[in-house]
Design a protein around this ligand. Structure first.
Ligand SMILES: *Cc1c(COP(=O)(O)O)cnc(C)c1O
Ligand SMILES: [Zn+2]
Length: 387
């Protein structure tokens, strides 16, 4: 309703928003949604939020759907921000530690946020067949939202994807193809066949709307912290959509006058078996090269080449944050540590934030009493093979 246009995040070319778009035709990079924020701010105010629905559509003025009838929702978003007192007590310094528990989303991961927005828009703009390469949770979310919208979902996953992700897609009506390879190979298969098959490619950041759904994590954090953003955010990074989305949300909220120019230090956490962002960040590169022989049990982090790499790296640098790789053994151990202290059975991706935080403490890059948020991006129960 307040969308003005789409803008290339790299070359700033503008595109029409009311038609299906993928990447920038000029430079091949992601398109971002731009809004008339003055108009949006006429009805979207801090006060107005007090009486709104407890899902991400509470921020509808800064979401892209024009006609509310096209919204495809299971009640995603507005997940709890849990104070993690007992886990904090296991750390060598005193921190105000929180877990944003995204496992409570429909289909048990934060992929639901992006898919709710993207499938709603695909429906609104007339797509009927959606295709996606996925490391697991995106597939489960797409399958669910597509079925609810009455659209076809064509899903391509590595054959060693956690079994829960494969079965949930099959049981919610998707067409599932398993590929001997990585998510990048799955993406290549979608790219090769989409034209002939009439599929709309809903790969993360290859269409403009999944990031809009995921950016609501930034709005929620601000609202849940009473408009005072935390000092540090640790984010398990694959494609980086959520991190880029939150960064975009912070700018929008600053434009509304809701927050000042201070930003949390953004920290990308990866597995050392697939750490393209960590490598590029420490080498001072603007883009991240493909990570060879990518391997990690944290399947959501197994993204050897992210199309939004430069946007992730920008946010890390501008925020004074960093990028940290942890070993798979560490992140698996951390699942039990978090579970024992807090009673949450977290996804291995989310668990990776704990050893990363310990490394930050050792390096004195987080200080006593700072407010630190760990993102638990999914549910441990989908990864039984890991335990
Ligand atoms: C997809 C996924 C990630 C990575 O998310 P991005 O926003 O693509 O970086 C992390 N954790 C889980 C559980 C995921 O499914
Ligand atoms: Zn461009």
């Amino acid at each position: 309703m307040n969308v003005t246009h789409l803008e290339c995040a790299n070359c700033h070319a503008n595109y029409e928003a009311r038609t299906l778009q993928n990447l920038c035709i000029k430079c091949g990079k992601p398109l971002l949604v731009r809004y008339d924020l003055t108009k949006a701010g006429e009805t979207l105010t801090k006060d107005s939020l007090k009486n709104r629905e407890d899902n991400l559509w509470r921020y509808r003025e800064v979401l892209p759907v024009e006609n509310a009838e096209n919204i495809v929702s299971f009640g995603e978003g507005w997940t709890p921000l849990l104070k993690a007192q007992r886990l904090a007590e296991t750390l060598p310094i005193k921190l105000n530690l929180f877990i944003k528990d995204e496992s409570q989303n429909p289909t048990q991961s934060f992929k639901a946020r992006g898919m709710s927005a993207a499938v709603s828009m695909a429906k609104e703009l007339g797509a009927t067949k959606l295709a996606v390469p996925s490391a697991g949770n995106a597939a489960g979310a797409l399958a669910a939202y597509a079925s609810r919208a009455g659209l076809e979902a064509h899903i391509f996953m590595p054959s060693d994807t956690p079994r829960a992700n494969v079965v949930e897609c099959q049981q919610t009506g998707a067409f599932v193809t398993l590929i001997d390879g990585l998510i990048t190979d799955c993406g290549a298969e979608v790219a090769k066949r989409k034209e002939a098959e009439g599929w709309f490619d809903i790969s993360t950041l290859k269409e403009p709307y999944r990031i809009e759904g995921k950016k609501t994590m930034g709005y929620e954090l601000a609202e849940q912290f009473d408009w005072n953003l935390p000092d540090v955010i640790l984010y398990p990074t694959g494609g980086g959509t959520g991190l880029i989305g939150m960064w975009k949300a912070f700018d929008e909220m600053e434009a509304f006058g809701w927050i000042d120019s201070k930003r949390p230090r953004m920290v990308s956490v990866q597995s050392d078996g697939c750490a393209p962002i960590v490598r590029a960040f420490h080498a001072g590169e603007r883009f991240a090269g493909e990570f060879e022989n990518a391997a990690t049990v944290a399947s959501g982090l197994r993204v050897p080449k992210a199309i939004g790499d430069f946007l992730i790296l920008d946010a890390l640098h501008k925020s004074g944050g960093t990028a940290i790789a942890v070993r798979d053994e560490q992140l698996i151990l951390a699942v039990k540590e978090i579970g024992t202290a807090e009673g949450l059975f977290v996804a291995p991706e989310g668990a990776a934030c704990l050893p990363a935080l310990r490394m930050m403490i050792e390096q004195h890059s987080v200080k006593e009493t700072e407010r630190v948020v760990i993102f638990n991006t999914g549910a441990g129960v989908k990864y039984l093979e890991c335990f």
